[in-house]
Design a protein around this ligand. Structure first.
Ligand code: NAD
Length: 356
């Protein structure tokens, strides 16, 4: 029962299990911490080879959501859902309706949205059974695809890093190497082009490269060549784990700031970035625009302007993280964790006072 020890050590509140073989559902929902509000995190559809793998994945992901929302100044806790299934072959309306009843059974302690393997239609099916779902299509009053806001937030974080690296937050004339040109990167690129940056783009799919090729001041490179690209900023916008022992010595940038989750392969890689003199924007600070977007859909008509204004504060949050790292002599990754923990501790203190 390794996972129970992990839950105790990392302060998880709850792990819920749902089985409904008739509808092809085996699902888990992890609630890490609700100090700041209801737990929120996407539902991932993934065919994990074992229940242990699935459970550890959903537990780790729910904890990461607590930190992301706390640092972003949102009144949300951390949660995550997981349906153990192959998203290419197994998804049905019956599956998502059953899963919606699972979400409903938690009484609002967990609010779900999209994650890897899920799409907006799947959220519509979940919404047939529970109101505790966000990220619905815009035509249904929802906030739609969050990637546009994610890209806007990464752009704000990058500006703050530019200030730290070069004394000006302007990205005009800066060369930004973007790894992966999907939804979030496309939005980021639009802001960068508008700001006068030059782009170096890679992707493993031709259609993505074709879209990038149409942008001004943009060149394309092969997927592996992106690590060697002469640039000012490296923006990982595809996979996790790309900042590692093998890739870090190759980077020729002064800032790393992108949308991808879990960019550091190990905690030591944050220190390796410091040793290379590279300003690292912690991923969960930079990419919080997506969760911010769905936050502004909870319990109300979606408020796009509110979401955009809050996402713009990623600039200030990033500055605070960089300042904490500087003052305390710690990595920016540690500083980001500290910022989130301080907010949680302050809120827990209030909770104690309130209950007296
Ligand atoms: P996406 O699937 O739209 O785009 C990912 C792109 O990366 C695809 O075009 C894919 O072909 C490309 N890619 C995959 N492997 C690659 C490789 N080895 N080299 C180069 N390109 C590669 O995904 P997205 O929604 O844009 O998300 C990108 C990253 O940002 C993910 O890590 C995601 O978890 C994270 N993120 C996204 C959001 C959001 O709102 N979309 C929010 C927070 C975090």
């Amino acid at each position: 029962m390794e996972f129970i020890e992990y839950m105790q050590a990392s302060g998880h509140e709850e792990l819920a299990v749902w089985t409904d073989p008739a509808n092809g559902v085996k699902a888990f929902i992890a609630i890490h911490d609700r100090t700041l509000g209801p737990s929120l995190g996407g539902t991932r559809i993934w065919p994990h080879p074992s229940d242990e793998d699935a459970i550890m994945d959903v537990l780790r992901l729910s904890r990461a959501m607590t930190y992301k929302s706390a640092a972003a100044g949102l009144n949300l806790g951390g949660g995550k859902g997981l349906i153990v299934a192959d998203p290419r072959t197994d998804k049905t309306e019956a599956m998502f309706r059953s899963y919606g009843r699972f979400v409903e059974s938690l009484g609002g302690r967990y609010v779900t949205t999209e994650d890897v393997g899920a799409n907006a239609q799947n959220m519509v099916w979940i919404a047939e059974e529970t109101p505790h779902v966000v990220g619905l299509p815009e035509e249904l009053g929802g906030s739609g695809n969050p990637a546009g806001m994610t890209g806007f937030g990464v752009f704000q974080g990058m500006r703050a890093c530019a200030e730290a690296a070069w004394g000006s937050d302007s990205l005009e004339g800066r060369r930004v190497a973007i790894q992966g040109f999907g939804n979030a990167a496309s939005s980021l690129a639009a802001h960068l082009v508008e700001a006068g940056a030059e782009l170096i783009v890679t992707d493993i799919h031709d259609d993505a490269l074709q879209r990038a090729a149409g942008l001004p001041r943009t060149s394309l490179v092969a997927p592996d060549a992106i690590y060697d690209a002469e640039c000012d900023v490296f923006a990982p916008c595809a996979l996790g784990g790309v900042l590692n022992e093998a890739t870090l010595p190759r980077l020729r940038c002064q800032v790393v700031c992108g949308a991808a989750n879990n960019q550091l392969a190990t905690p030591e890689d944050a220190q390796r970035l410091v040793e290379r003199g590279i300003v690292y924007a912690p991923d969960f600070i930079a990419n919080a625009g997506g969760v911010t977007n769905v936050y502004f859909e909870i319990g109300q008509p979606y408020d796009r302007e509110g979401a955009r204004a809050h996402t713009a504060t990623i600039y200030d949050t990033m500055q605070r993280v960089l300042a904490i790292a500087d003052a305390e002599g710690i990595t920016t990754a540690e500083a980001a964790n500290r910022l989130a923990e301080e907010r949680l501790t302050a809120a827990r203190g209030h909770a104690v006072l309130d209950s007296r």
